[in-house]
Design a protein around this ligand. Structure first.
Ligand SMILES: Nc1ncnc2c1ncn2[C@@H]1O[C@H](COP(=O)(O)OP(=O)(O)OP(=O)(O)O)[C@@H](O)[C@H]1O
Length: 394
């Protein structure tokens, strides 16, 4: 069996012409994502929503071109609509048509391929939490870091972009919660809140046990919709729990979302670190600043006697960070309380805010907040401790 590659698909799409100006859709940067799975190829093409209905012929031509590639048995092409700037602004803030004092996209950077980054005018900064592979504790870290940023007085939102295994509804104790349509901002959803944060997850739309089979373009489309159609309110920082790995979805996510900075979570094992390096390279490729590496499950401290055991090779992430020239943000121990808290919807930073683990998360959050401030300036709202209601578990 021949294995397909992106070059073959891109070459086929070169021949698909946009009738408006006679240019190839690849040359115009309209091809947003190519996802190859065995002999199935999914392609996403970004179009102006005004033109969407008129482009069915173009979509079919692209599908035909991809289907004709040797080895392709199924070709699917989807059109994805990018809202024009004015409309996006209007639907987010109908009562305040312009806000010149605040840059809409503080993390905006030059994009390759003519792709437009998404507009999120009420979000000052976006920090993605990524990992080269699954199961390293990326979601647990995202939740606890987001809570540490809340504790610093920042307005924080949390997006679960882990479409393969959305775990934030469970980790935030929001299993039965659902977003509700916003009365104020038409077409937007108000996401559930917990611990002073608005949280959006694909998990609110699907059952946790239901396997998520969508791939590439479909997944990216769903993610974009989650980001764009959520009423986030004014945020200092949106923390995005990325899907694990460094595939197409992660890449287009990093390209399409105006990310202020990325943090990479790794466990100390070598293999995970190799994956972390891939993650780092991915962000570098698309010019997203990497705020640094976090080593999770770094060591085990016996709760009885205080003895510290380095179950996995300790310090690998620190060494790798030095070698790769990115900051090492800190280490989080392997601890039963962290696991139980995450799995029971009671994150440790919330339940034990003064505990040593919360302090470890807090120190990392300080570095992230400083890195954000360096890029987008200080938070606009005066930092107030206790801005959000304190929630305690009985
Ligand atoms: N520091 C830690 N100490 C103990 N358990 C942890 C720690 N960090 C994460 N875990 C546990 O490890 C498991 C995987 O964590 P998590 O879901 O956060 O990983 P992930 O990288 O987001 O995984 P996936 O990519 O599969 O979504 C969970 O059961 C979580 O409670």
């Amino acid at each position: 069996m021949t294995s397909l590659n992106r070059e073959q698909i891109t070459a086929a799409l070169d021949s698909v012409i946009d009738p408006v100006d006679g240019q190839s859709i690849t040359a115009k940067g309209m091809v947003q994502g190519i996802d190859i799975h065995d002999e199935t190829v999914n392609v996403m093409i970004a179009v102006d929503p005004e033109r969407g209905p008129a482009l069915e012929d173009l979509r079919q031509a692209a599908e035909k071109a991809v289907a004709a590639v040797n080895g392709v048995t199924t070709a699917r092409v989807a059109l994805t609509a990018e809202r024009p700037k004015a409309a996006a602004q209007q639907s987010t803030q109908p009562s305040q048509p312009s806000q010149p004092s605040r840059p809409a996209q503080p993390g905006q950077r030059p994009q390759g391929g003519g792709q437009m980054p998404l507009e999120l005018p009420t979000v000052r900064s976006i920090v993605t939490v990524a990992s080269g592979k699954g199961g390293v504790g990326k979601s647990t870290t995202s939740v606890n870091l987001a809570l540490s940023l809340v504790a610093k007085g920042l307005k924080v939102g949390l997006l679960d972009a882990d479409i393969y295994g959305p775990s934030l509804p469970r980790m935030m104790g929001l299993r039965d919660a659902k977003p509700v349509p916003s009365k104020e901002h038409q077409g937007k959803m108000i996401p559930p809140s917990a611990f002073g944060m608005r949280i959006m997850s694909i998990g609110f739309m699907i059952e946790e046990e239901q396997p998520v089979i969508w791939r590439g373009p479909m997944a990216m489309g769903a993610l974009e919709q989650l980001l764009r159609d959520t009423d986030w309110g004014d945020l200092d920082v949106l923390v995005v729990d990325m899907p694990p790995g460094t595939g197409d979805i992660q890449l287009s996510m990093a390209q399409r979302v105006p990310v202020t900075g990325a943090v990479i979570v790794s466990t100390p094992q070598d293999i995970a670190l190799l994956d972390a390096r891939k993650g780092l390279n991915m962000f570098r490729k698309v010019n997203v600043p990497v705020f640094g590496l976090i080593e999770n499950m770094s060591y085990y401290k016996c709760p009885e006697c205080g003895h510290v055991d380095h179950i996995f090779d300790h310090g690998g992430a620190h060494k790798a960070a030095d070698e790769l020239g990115v900051p090492f943000l800190g280490e989080i121990p392997l601890d039963l309380k962290i696991r139980l808290g995450a799995d029971e919807g009671k994150p440790i930073v919330q339940t034990e805010p003064e505990g040593e683990h919360s302090k470890a998360y807090g120190l990392i959050a300080d570095k992230i907040a400083a890195a954000i401030e360096e890029r987008v300036g200080p938070a606009e709202a005066p930092k107030k401790k206790g801005l959000f209601p304190k929630i305690s578990f009985k």
